[in-house]
Design a protein around this ligand. Structure first.
Ligand code: GLA
Length: 384
């Protein structure tokens, strides 16, 4: 039985009715890290690791939800919505986001489960929010657009999970397309698809299996540093609304206005926004080697300037750089402080490369990394 069938059959045995089935993918990000909340560009894609939802209205005001992966059930009504870090708080955040738009939802029965590794930086929480929101949208005919659903997912993260994330993860989960990356402009919230169809290349994620408990605090701190930078720069350039509005030379010019550490963080973001635009041009020209070089550059910046990497991710990327013939690009992916690195690897070198990585990683960190091959897939969609 595949994942969809088993979620559906668990639902039927618990609730004895036919559910709506929805699939919600996790995401990768090729390049453009920490640029989304600075109104820059990102290049994510939805992947073939997903959450499947089975959902049906239950004509009550209760939400009876079961997580297959954690084997836990939670039942609540709309008067009991509260913030927290458990899976049901994200669902509560989605319901709250829908209500804040002046829309009403009734109770549902819901079973969900999937294969997105948790804490690996593949946005299982975005898949959770977007899949659930998408299902409620269908069942209660709310007429929410995909962009509105993405913002509702972000509302849940901000207000219920306490992570001040950008819009990239939710957007990628909802707008993904098979064999394509999204070039998303986080200011206009418009995207274009760029084909990513290189039969000889594998997008290999290597999971450090590091989960830093302070990652969300550090993430919020980075965001605050960028906002502080913008606030100070506005003293001499009031028209600056975000780091998207300023070039490197201008930043240098008003360098004296900001603390050195904030200057370095802002400089990384300005470079990363420009790098993502260059990377998009290279990808359109099918220059994957040039693209990969920029991924290595991004990693250096994330590690040394933005300071969101960790020893485990740094080691993985440094091994990748020693395989320069077979590994076109590699870098840490997502918010940072652990999770996965993303590697563009020639298919015929996967075995050799993975073996070497495993050996070196085990020697240094006394644990094995995990390896996930990914394919670029369609965004959230119904299955039934
Ligand atoms: C997390 C956030 C995203 C984005 C990335 C970093 O995944 O949820 O919004 O900021 O980190 O690029």
């Amino acid at each position: 039985m595949n994942l969809d069938q088993s979620v559906s059959s668990i639902f039927k045995s618990k609730f004895a009715k036919e559910p709506l089935l929805v699939s919600a993918p996790g995401r990768i990000n090729l390049i453009g890290e920490h640029t989304d909340y600075n109104e820059g560009f990102v290049m994510p894609a939805a992947v073939d690791k997903q959450l499947t939802f089975a959902v049906a209205s239950n004509q009550t005001n209760r939400f009876n939800c079961f997580s297959v992966n954690s084997n836990t059930s939670v039942s609540f009504s709309t008067s009991e919505l509260q913030a927290g870090g458990e899976w049901h708080h994200y669902l509560m955040g989605v319901i709250d986001g829908i209500q804040k738009k002046g829309l009403q939802v009734g109770g549902v029965d819901c079973v969900f489960g999937g294969d997105i590794p948790g804490g690996a930086g593949m946005s299982s929480s975005a898949a959770l929010c977007c899949g659930f929101g998408f299902a409620l949208n269908q069942i209660f005919k709310l007429n929410l657009t995909r962009l509105e659903l993405a913002k509702i997912g972000q509302h849940a993260e901000h207000n219920f999970a306490g992570v001040m994330c950008g819009i990239m993860d939710q957007y990628a989960s909802l707008f993904g397309k098979q064999d394509a990356a999204l070039l998303l402009d986080c200011r206009s919230l418009e995207h274009e698809y760029i084909p990513f169809d290189f039969p000889e290349i594998e997008i290999l994620l290597i999971d450090t299996k590091v989960k830093h408990s302070l990652a969300s605090t550090a993430y919020n701190d980075r965001r605050a540093a960028c906002e502080e930078g913008v606030r100070l720069l506005q003293r001499s350039r009031p028209e600056i609304k975000s780091l998207r509005d300023i070039g490197l030379s201008e930043l240098e010019f008003i360098r004296h206005l900001v603390h050195e550490d904030i200057f370095i963080k802002c400089r990384f973001i300005i470079n990363e926004i420009a790098r993502t635009q260059r990377a998009a041009a290279l990808l359109k020209a099918n220059d994957l080697r040039g693209f990969g070089k920029l991924m290595f550059e991004t990693h250096r910046g994330l590690s040394q300037e933005y300071e969101v990497s960790c020893a485990e991710s740094d080691l993985l990327v440094s091994i990748a750089s020693q395989f320069s013939e077979d590994v076109l690009g590699a870098r840490m992916m997502g918010g940072g402080f652990g999770g996965c690195t993303i590697n563009l690897v020639k298919k015929d070198a996967i075995e050799k490369y993975s073996q070497k990585v495993r050996e070196k990683y085990v020697v240094t960190f006394k644990k094995e990394p995990d390896f996930y091959s990914t394919k670029l897939m369609q965004g959230v969609h119904t299955l039934s």
